[in-house]
Design a protein around this ligand. Structure first.
Ligand code: PLP
Length: 391
């Protein structure tokens, strides 16, 4: 009954765990949810007010399919201010979140016969975005001890004449890894040699804790085939508003706009007005959130590494840690896989996490630290307790 296309996609593991947590909560269980992929802060007040004002001012109609000119101008200004990226409005597209931007770009650039390189562990949606186009995702190994940077020899081996794209996501979901600039340059050089498109998913660009973030397109010599994806979701705690944007080659941008015009018509008009305030208004909440996340990162990494047999390198960004629990797993043991461990933590201690398998790494569990200090402390106590019970 259904198409092959839809059979090529799997449900999002992160959204599945969020639903599971809600189910337990409605059954009256005190759940600690560390599976979330969104800041636990409210959208800053100036942005909320701009949204309310947008309704009163009548910004309640269709906008151009690729977003309003005012928001495109705001994106141009933001990219120049924060990222030293210089684009014209014809090179900018506004979409319904960064996810939509990435999905659309895959739709207009990839098709059956193409191969697209994805670095593993990867954000759950990348393989599905690629597969649904008919192209084949090709996974390249990364080094957990080096911020999950790619193993360059593996990348070289996996590049073929069919390689059409390479997807970079630094800071990364699920690892939090932030790649060294030199590594990004190496990947860009290999991509250029292969004449492949480079997608730089920068939705966590404001969330780096040990050094300022540098956009991929700034690092390359020839960035004609680099597409930059950013989002208001994580930076401004605006996940529900659904505003993301792409910057790059104007023919690709135009094609993505055409697709968007025939699917969602346009991004939400009210959210677009609020996004102008987010991008150009007071930025102080961004650094407040960054400082809070940094403290939580340091706390959770310290606690995890203090647990017997758990290993977690310090990730440079985002709000995730991706520790290795392989010493607790084995084919002849109670815990055989990351799914078993994630379920065990959920069922025994009501701590919700996401199994690494969904991200391409069965030795790990993803914890989000977008949760209160109290929840993080309680969760770490419970995880420690449950591991001792397993030994
Ligand atoms: C790596 C990565 N890219 C893109 C997104 C998309 O976010 P949004 O569609 O809310 O902008 C997410 C959200 O979880 C993400 O983790």
């Amino acid at each position: 009954m259904l198409t092959d296309r839809i059979d090529r996609i799997t449900p999002s593991a992160t959204l599945t765990m969020t639903a599971k947590a809600a189910e337990l909560r409605s059954a009256g269980i005190d759940v600690i949810n560390l599976s979330v992929g969104e800041p636990d802060f409210p959208t800053p007040e100036n942005i909320r007010l701009a949204g309310k004002q947008a309704i009163d001012d009548g910004h309640t109609r269709y906008t151009p399919g690729g977003g309003t000119m005012n928001l495109k101008n705001a994106v141009v200004e933001k990219l120049a201010r924060d990222n030293d990226l210089h684009y014209e409005t014809s090179e900018i597209l506004i979409s319904c979140g960064g996810k939509h931007s990435l999905y659309n770009a895959c739709q207009v650039l990839f098709q059956t016969g193409d191969e697209v390189i994805i670095f593993s562990p990867y954000w759950v949606s990348f393989p599905d975005f690629v597969s649904v186009t008919g192209a084949e995702p090709i996974f390249v190994k990364t080094d957990p001890s080096q911020q999950f940077e790619p193993v360059i020899d593996d990348l070289k081996e996996k590049i073929t004449s069919r390689t059409k794209g390479i997807i970079i996501n630094s800071p990364s979901n699920p690892t939090g890894g932030v790649w060294n600039d030199k590594t990004v340059v190496k990947v860009l050089e290999l991509a250029e040699k292969a004449d492949a498109w480079v997608f730089s998913d920068e939705c966590y660009e404001q969330l780096t804790y040990d050094r300022p973030y540098i956009s991929t397109a700034v690092l390359g010599e020839n960035t004609e085939k680099v597409l930059t994806f950013q989002s208001c979701s994580k930076t401004y705690a605006m996940t529900g508003w659904r505003i993301g944007y792409t910057a790059g080659n104007n023919l690709v941008i135009k094609a993505m706009g055409k697709l968007q015009g025939q699917s969602t018509s346009c991004p939400n008009s009210i959210s677009q007005e609020a996004a102008i305030e987010a991008l150009l208004g007071d930025q102080s909440e961004v650094s407040i959130m960054r400082n809070v996340f940094k403290k939580r990162r340091d706390f959770i990494v310290t606690r995890l590494n203090a647990m017997e047999g758990v290993h977690c390198d310090i990730p440079g960004g985002a709000f995730y840690v991706f520790p290795d629990f392989s010493s607790y797993m084995g084919s002849d043991r109670q815990i055989k896989s990351s799914n078993d461990l994630s379920m065990y933590l959920l069922e025994q201690k009501a701590v919700v996490t996401v199994a690494g398998k969904a991200f391409g790494s069965d030795n790990n569990i993803r914890f989000s630290y977008a949760a209160s200090d109290d929840d993080l402390k309680r969760a770490m106590d419970l995880v420690e307790e449950s591991l001792i019970e397993l030994e």
